[in-house]
Design a protein around this ligand. Sequence first.
Ligand code: FNR
Length: 388
Amino acid sequence: EVMQKSILGGQLPLVTTNPNRLEEQAQKAMPTKGFDYIKGGAGESATMDANRLAFRQWKIIPRVLRPTNPRDLSVELFGHKYDTPVLMAPIGVQALYHEDKEIGTASACANLRVPFTLSTASSTGIEELVKASPDGPKWFQLYWPLDEEITASILGGAKANGFKALVVTLDTWTLGWRPCDLDTANVPFIVGEGDEVGFQDPVFRKKFAEHTDGETPEDNRIGAAMHWLSETFPGVSRSWEDLAILRKYWDGPIILKGILSAEDANLAVQHGMDGIIVSNHGGRQIDGAVAALDVLPDIVDAVGKQTTVMFDSGIRTGADMVKALALGAKAVFVGRPIVYGLGIDGAAGAEAVLAGLLADLDLTMGLAGVKSVGDLQRSMLRRVQYPG
Ligand code: FNR
């Protein structure tokens, strides 16, 4: 359909269909502060680059004379059937990129029946989001505060508003070394009035008032943002035993995000977790960390039969999705590309990017001779190495 409109209909696409030009188009359209925040990796961006290079090292071996229509892209995750194995990754502070913010990306996802993951660091409160974009499956991502009362309040809000699964991000108990923000003194967590991250949580508000002798976050926006940052990224890592705290406040599936080691994947299983996301946070935390795709096969071999292994970090095309799924991921999360679409044209831009990626996935599977997601196998890939 995307191809028909552009090639046969002569209708130019809203957003470029060339994955290598998307960032450039977004840079022209987006506020500088937003673009700097999203494009950046940690350090010299070695891990961000590695995420892409890792995909280049796998090639697809297509099969021919295999009818692949109609194709079935559906998957089952934690007892729910989804139309495709694609989700939107949690991305914070979306008011930085476009005034449609999380409401824009969530609506784009809902229109395409793609699960949307709301970040703890969102510019849109949980209730505000669900009111503005009630349709479509939603997952919630937790940045885990040390304060148990705040944790309980955030999880209570997510549960009351119908979020289906909890994604707990473990690689960001403190922010990585990000020159893009440090060199520009970018404080991404304050955007415009009403778009402050995290201010809506009632327990956070109560504690802030206690801490400041009665001030509300609105009276002292900078102070409240700093207080929120110190609660959310406390600079102290949790331990495996602490996972029991989350079970007290969340009875649905719990998924650990930011797993790169097979040992940790095993520990996640031992601690009764429902799933993991193999991810290096898009290269934004440890510069020099391994590409997420490079460790995916080891982790699938270690725990793929016992738990649901999912993947993000570096997905830019349908072929990338095919590769991660063939290496054993049950689903993949798309991050930066959707938000570039948001920056280019709000909700419609986010939807254009996502629709393009889903079409590309469908087409690539069909051309490779694969009829359903369950038929994607490691044997259809060949690992190659080109010089340089
Ligand atoms: C992120 N990511 C992220 N992860 C998370 O758990 N909570 C969050 O609030 C954010 N915020 C965020 C902001 C921005 C601007 C980026 C680029 C990323 C990480 C995200 O969920 C995912 O792991 C990466 O985006 C994957 O990398 P690619 O494929 O987008 O490069």
